[in-house]
Design a binder for this molecule. Sequence first.
Ligand SMILES: O=C(O)CCC(=O)C(=O)O
Length: 315
Amino acid sequence: MNKPIFKNPEHQALFEKQGFIVLPFLNEAEVASLDLLFNDLHPNLNQSGFFSGSYSNDIQYKKNASQKIVEKFNRAYQETFINYTPFGGAFLYKVPGQNSELAAHQDWTIVDEQQNVALNCWIPLCDVTKENGALMILPGSHFDNFNVVRAPTLPFFFSGDDEMVVNELVPMEVKAGTAVILNQSVIHYSPPNNSTKVRKAITAGIKSEGAQMYFHYKVPDKNELEVFEMNDDFLISFTDFVNDIGKRPYLGKSIGFIPYKMPSLRGENLYIKLKEMKESAGFKMTPAVEVQNTIVETTSANKSTFRKIIEAIFN
Ligand SMILES: O=C(O)CCC(=O)C(=O)O
């Protein structure tokens, strides 16, 4: 990364080491005012599941929410960051119930990560624990440690062994208003909301000042990506989000093609990579005994593979 994006050099160093950092962000009055805004903008909540404002097809709702979030975050942004450009925000909520889990993922590559950084400030509007759907992170899984392109038309490098990844995630159990600031490339996930109340949160993006935004589209049947230059508000500009993100984009400007094949790590290779990532961030792997408990729940075909990995590593 060229220029720092955190004002405090210690925050910058920790963010670079871990791929995320947890910081005080909104005060009580700001949380209360954003909670009211949430209620105003969402008079009728979905009955179940996880919802992100970005999924909505109502462009006016998305623009309005994004603009108001950026305005209300301005004080905290100015105190926390330097050399930055905000690129919008969205409300997120989890209705109580098993189907509100959000699968492990990395956010799309939206800047040239060799030169710049894009990060999300994830801020809950209530206290969060593993029980009500706290964000969970794989420390050290950011671009600096494993350089992969992310796009809705590409799998993740860990696809197929998601359970192993989920087993290694660290929960961010934080108070309302605290920010979990994560590099967009970090693996993250959130468990189902098993409480009785809706879990509300906000995600808002910051990138290196003036960085051009990009989007990648995998050319069908080829190991090739088409690269598009995008406007700063493209994440909230899809009119049919769920369908549009899987198609060649109608937004932005195509600037050419790059050869690309997503690396795929499975079994022992994935375990070694996750260990490398977590240890470089100063975290330890989940103890073997817990991993073995997880094995009990997996299919018998997987059991022997996982056992071999664990035995190879711990014996
Ligand atoms: O709010 C959550 O539970 C997770 C949000 C998230 O992972 C995302 O927006 O990428």
